[in-house]
Structure formats: structure tokens, C-alpha cells
Design a protein around this ligand. Structure first.
Ligand code: SPV
Ligand code: MN
Length: 619
């Protein structure tokens, strides 16, 4: 390789050449020459190499030790606290078209712009070269992934979140069949945070299966294997015959029945995805990203492509999230980000105890009452502050979490943050109607992306931010996937955020346990249903028993009626909104027909029953 020995030493050269992969060498050489780091270090799967990264994160001050053994704190800059959708763009080759919602930039222009930013960007810094595997090692799902970064925090957190894959690159036997990611945090300020966020760019190159990302540290922007690989995998799977989804995978275990039924669930960021996967008494396989494939026996199998959790810490307390909370207060390898540290101890929003009036947080040195440059009072921690842990650290980890065959999925849930339209849980009429329900998902925006919160936004399959193929192609792939299965999972919609007329939530957080146990029972034909224009809803008697046995709660007819009534006008306007979006896309007719059918069913029921709000007892 044509790189000075002072920059890339013999040991690192040996580790690279042992892979016998010319393409890997080419990439390392190209970006070393472009970014001009003062040192390049290659990290294998060895414990020694991984420990080097952990130590480096402390040395570069991107992380600092806390009192508890193994715990560290990392800060992203004050303006780098969430995914930056505006500066995340797909590089579009001339003549190619994508859906309107996809943020694109001309490929040549984008590459020129970002390569100019990258020129000399790692000056004085150490570039790390790491190898990972998306999915369990050596599985039908595995996609090797090469990460090059000058951020030791990125390289360290990926070690908690993904499976090491140097061995997987060996198995490639020289093939170019892997994803790669080049990241630079850019110039850092005195707090170890990216300085030039105005030059933050995240450019996705589908032509080369790579993502170039600069001037950021927040994981959703910086970590190649997280939302960046998600976009590349969506492109690949939609050109093949499988699905890449923004989904948890969990085992649902109804008490006394001795069985585990696996479900996946798609929820927009900060809408209850992790907390559903963590419902006490169940088991977790993954909380964010899943690959789904058609198995030899005609069933659907899914894997968690990750092996850790990058979870929202806000509201993690002993009552609402007992298992995660326990993890956060006991010794283990763990990275907190963007919370308050006082005297080596961590504090965050909604932690359920008194918090100090000063310390260090995402704004630097902080005192209660401090205001930011916009005059807004700075809270003790950012709402989107996070923790990073290995899933294997959790006591509810599912025994099949690393199974090369994944798990057989029998149910799929789509859930949004919807205060006024959808019922808390409903089963779709069939796969095609379920795809329609998932593709019609709307959710109010949250702090997981930069920009205004609480705005209703269309969020098909909770995946819109990451869909880089035409929307119609994505929908068609879902319809085809279901048709190729002989054991078809049931599809459910949930809404944990429905409010009554007084503006108060109609459910407690924990009620979701009843909805998922009801859905699990449906997979085993255990409950009768009421057929309504929007799908099948539970019967009052079944929910009453479940609320009592699962939560020890009394569930009244009145509560049921308020939660499960169909708000016809709201449902109709939602249909209009969504139909308008899809009418501007090339979507299969089978899908478009659902709008008219659902509208007709609603209007007929309204006519027959003679009310605006249809009680479940009317059906
Ligand atoms: C999400 O926002 O969907 C997350 C966090 O899971 S991040 O990966 O940072 O985007
Ligand atoms: Mn996510």
C-alpha cells in the first residue's frame, strides 16, 4: 500500500493484507490520502484491539469515566443532538428518479462537495478501521460492514452495538460484497464535540454501497451501521425479495401457556418501540432494526442486525422501565450521552429522583436556569439523551438473540403517536390490508430528529426517514413478500397515545402489555373479534379479563367504549391525507384500492348506525 509507515505501521498493514481483499485496501488507501490522518489503526476482533479503542475514547476525551465501573459519558455538540434529516441526502445519478419525500442531491455535485470537506479533515487525528457484521455472524442475513472513522466514541459505541466482523471479512475471500462507511467528527471544541455543524453532511451513495458522513457525532448521523446501513439495506432488500425494517423483535410469553410467539414492531423514533420490546415478562431480540426473510418452510424469519441498544434515557425510571433502569445503575460497559454529570454521577430527565442544580451536560458547564443562544432554558439533560449497552447485558434477552436462523415471526405491529384518530389496537383484515395500515401510519414528530416536535407526519412503516427507493416499489415489495409466505404473520396497528376530549391520554403506559398479549392470543386463535371498517378489534370481555389478570386493573365498559370507538370523521380525513400522498407515487392498484374500500366501509357503517362516533357495541 502506498501509505507512509509512520502513518500506517507494519502491524496494521499485516492485519489489512491478511484479509486478501484488494477492495478493502483500495478504500483504506483512498480515504487515508483524502482525509490525511496522522495515524491509521486497524482493529480486528481481538480483545486487545477492542480494548485499545475503549482506552482511546478516554484519551481523546470523547468519553470520560464516571464513578460506576465501566460507565462513561459522551457529549454530542449542543446542535448535534438528533438526526439531521435536512443534511442527509441520497446521491442521485443523472437520469434516476426517486419519490418526492426523499432528500437527494446530484451525485457528482454531492461527491465533489463532501470530498472537498473531507480533504485533510483528519489532520492531526487517528483514523480507525473497524470490521463489523450486520446480523448474526455467518448467517443468511449477514452483511459485512467496514467502518472508517476518526471518532473513537463512534468506534467504541459500535463495539457495544454490533457484532465484530473481521472474521466475516476473511470469509469474503476478496469479494466486494460489503457496505462501507467513512466518518469524520471534524474539528472538535474544548468539550470534545464537533465544532463545524454548519458543514454537517450525510451523503448516501447507493451506487457504491457506501455512506460518507462528516462534522457530526450523534449516533444517528455518525454510526455507519445504524441508520446509514439501514438505508443501504433498504435499497438492497427492495431490489431482492426481503425486507429491511425499522423494527424491534420480541418474544411474547403469555403467562401459564408455556409458549413464546415472536413479533416484530415498527414505531417511529421515540414512540414506544424500545419500551414495548422491554415489557416485563417478555423477551427481547432487538429494539431497532430487523431484516426479514422468507424461510424454506414458507414462514417469515427475522434477525436483529444489531447486538446492542442505543436507547432514549428520558423517563427511564424504576417504575416505567425497571429492567433498563437496573442496567443503568450497576457496573457494566455502558456509554451515556448528553445527560448531566455531577460528582461522577449521572442524572437525566424523568429519572424519578431529585436532580442537582449544576454539573456538566450537553451545553457544557450547566446551572439550573441557564439559557441557550436562542434564549431557551436548558434542561438538565437533552430529551433525546441516550444510553448505549449490549443486549446481552439485559436479563430479559431472548435465547435466540444470536441465532443464525433468526426467529420465526408470527405477528407484526405498526404503531404511531396519534392523539386523535386510531384505536389502541386493531388487527388488519389480511396481509394486504396490513401493508395498507402500516403504509398509512401517521405520527407526531419527536426530539429524535432536529426540528419542531408534535407535528403530525406521514410515516409509512415508521421507516420513511430511511426509505431510499421509490415508495411504490417499497410497498410493492411488502405485498409480494406476503404473497410468497405460506405462514403469514398477522398484522396489528397500535396507538399508545390516543387522547380523550379533555386532552388527557386514554391509557396508562403499561396498558400496552394488554394489547400485545391480546395480539399474541390472536395468533393462536384465542380471542373472538369484532369486525369493523378499519379491521378487527378486541371484545370488551377479553380485555376485561386481560386487564385484571395481567395488570390487576379494573377495566370498565366506559373506558373500553371511549378507547375503541371509531372516530369516523377523523378516519376519513386521514384516508384523504394519505391517499393524496400515494396518488403522486406509482403504487400498485391492489394497494390504492384499499382507500376506496375502507372509505366505503366507514361511510356505510356511519349510515347504518346513524352516528358520527361508532361505539364498538354498535357492531
Ligand atoms: C431513531 O431515531 O430511530 C433511533 C436513534 O433509533 S438514531 O439511531 O440515532 O437515529
Ligand atoms: Mn430507530
Amino acid at each position: 500500500m502506498d501509505i507512509d509507515k509512520k502513518i500506517l505501521d507494519d502491524e496494521s498493514v499485516e492485519k489489512l493484507t491478511a484479509l486478501k481483499n484488494g477492495y478493502v485496501l483500495e478504500i483504506v488507501e483512498k480515504y487515508t490520502k483524502l482525509c490525511k490522518p496522522s495515524k491509521v489503526t486497524v482493529i480486528t476482533d481481538s480483545e486487545e484491539d477492542i480494548a485499545y479503542v475503549r482506552r482511546l475514547a478516554l484519551k481523546t476525551k470523547e468519553e470520560s469515566k464516571l464513578n460506576m465501573k465501566g460507565h462513561t459519558i459522551h457529549y454530542d455538540g449542543y446542535y448535534d443532538q438528533a438526526r439531521d434529516k435536512a443534511h442527509t441526502r441520497v446521491l442521485l445519478p443523472k437520469g434516476k428518479k426517486l419519490s418526492k419525500h426523499i432528500n437527494t442531491i446530484d451525485r457528482e455535485e454531492g461527491l465533489k462537495e463532501i470530498e472537498e470537506i473531507m480533504d485533510g479533515m483528519m489532520d492531526g487525528k487517528e483514523m480507525l478501521v473497524r470490521f463489523f457484521c450486520l446480523s448474526p455472524l455467518n448467517s443468511r442475513f449477514s452483511i459485512p460492514a467496514l467502518q472508517i472513522t476518526d471518532s473513537s466514541y463512534v468506534a467504541h459505541s459500535e463495539d457495544l452495538l454490533y457484532r465484530s466482523g473481521y472474521g466475516e471479512f476473511m470469509n469474503l475471500k476478496g469479494s466486494k460484497n460489503f457496505f462501507y462507511f467513512i466518518h469524520s467528527a471534524g474539528e472538535l471544541d474544548k468539550n470534545g464535540c464537533t465544532k463545524n455543524v454548519d458543514k454537517r453532511r450525510i451523503y448516501i451513495d447507493l451506487e457504491e454501497n457506501r455512506v460518507l458522513t462528516v462534522n457530526n457525532q450523534y449516533a444517528g448521523n455518525s454510526l455507519g451501521l445504524k441508520k446509514l446501513a439501514l438505508r443501504l439495506a433498504i435499497n438492497r432488500s427492495n431490489n431482492e425479495d426481503w425486507l429491511t425494517e425499522h423494527m424491534f423483535i420480541m418474544g411474547i410469553k403469555p403467562e401459564g401457556k408455556g409458549r413464546t410467539t415472536y413479533f416484530t414492531g415498527a414505531f417511529p423514533s421515540a414512540c414506544g418501540k424500545t419500551s414495548t420490546a422491554m415489557i416485563p415478562g417478555q423477551s427481547i431480540v432487538g429494539d431497532d432494526i430487523a431484516y426479514l426473510k422468507i424461510w424454506d418452510d414458507g414462514s417469515c424469519h427475522a434477525v436483529n442486525i444489531e447486538s446492542g441498544i442505543f436507547g432514549i434515557i428520558t423517563d427511564v425510571n424504576p417504575v416505567d422501565d425497571p429492567l433498563i433502569h437496573k442496567c443503568l445503575i450497576t457496573p457494566r460497559e455502558l456509554i451515556f450521552s448528553n445527560i448531566l454529570i455531577n460528582d461522577g454521577k449521572p442524572y437525566w430527565l424523568g429519572m424519578g429522583c431529585e436532580t442537582p442544580d449544576e454539573g456538566k451536560n450537553h451545553s457544557g458547564l450547566w446551572k439550573r436556569g441557564n439559557k441557550d443562544a436562542e434564549g431557551k432554558e436548558i434542561p438538565i439533560a437533552h430529551k433525546n439523551a441516550r444510553y448505549t449497552i449490549r443486549i446481552s447485558e439485559l436479563e430479559n434477552v431472548d435465547p435466540k438473540a444470536d441465532d443464525v436462523n433468526g426467529v420465526q415471526v408470527n405477528g407484526i405491529i405498526y404503531g404511531g403517536r396519534d392523539s386523535d384518530t386510531n384505536v389502541p389496537v386493531a388487527q388488519s383484515l389480511n396481509w394486504s390490508h396490513g401493508v395498507f395500515s402500516g403504509a398509512s401510519l401517521e405520527s407526531e414528530t419527536t426530539s429524535a430528529t432536529l426540528g419542531k416536535e408534535g407535528q403530525r407526519a406521514h410515516s409509512p412503516m415508521a421507516n420513511l426517514d430511511f426509505i431510499v427507493v421509490p415508495l411504490g416499489k417499497y410497498i410493492e415489495n411488502h405485498l409480494k413478500f406476503g404473497k410468497s409466505l405460506s405462514k403469514v404473520p398477522l398484522i396489528f396497528s397500535t396507538n399508545y397515545f390516543l387522547k380523550g376530549e379533555d386532552g388527557n391520554y386514554l391509557n396508562d403506559k403499561i396498558d400496552k402489555k394488554v394489547w400485545i398479549l391480546w395480539a399474541e392470543g390472536r395468533v393462536h386463535n384465542e380471542y373472538e373479534v369484532i369486525e369493523t371498517p378499519i379491521g378487527f378489534i378486541p371484545k370488551y370481555e377479553d380485555l376485561k379479563v386481560l386487564f385484571h389478570s395481567v395488570l390487576g386493573k379494573k377495566y370498565t365498559k366506559d373506558q373500553y367504549e371511549r378507547q375503541f370507538s371509531l372516530r369516523v370523521e377523523k378516519l376519513l380525513s386521514k384516508l384523504d391525507r394519505i391517499e393524496k400522498i400515494y396518488s403522486e407515487e406509482e403504487v400498485p392498484e391492489e394497494f390504492m384500492n384499499h382507500f376506496e374500500r375502507q372509505r366505503r366501509r366507514l361511510l356505510e357503517a356511519k349510515e347504518k348506525i346513524g352516528k358520527e362516533i361508532l361505539s364498538p357495541f354498535d357492531f
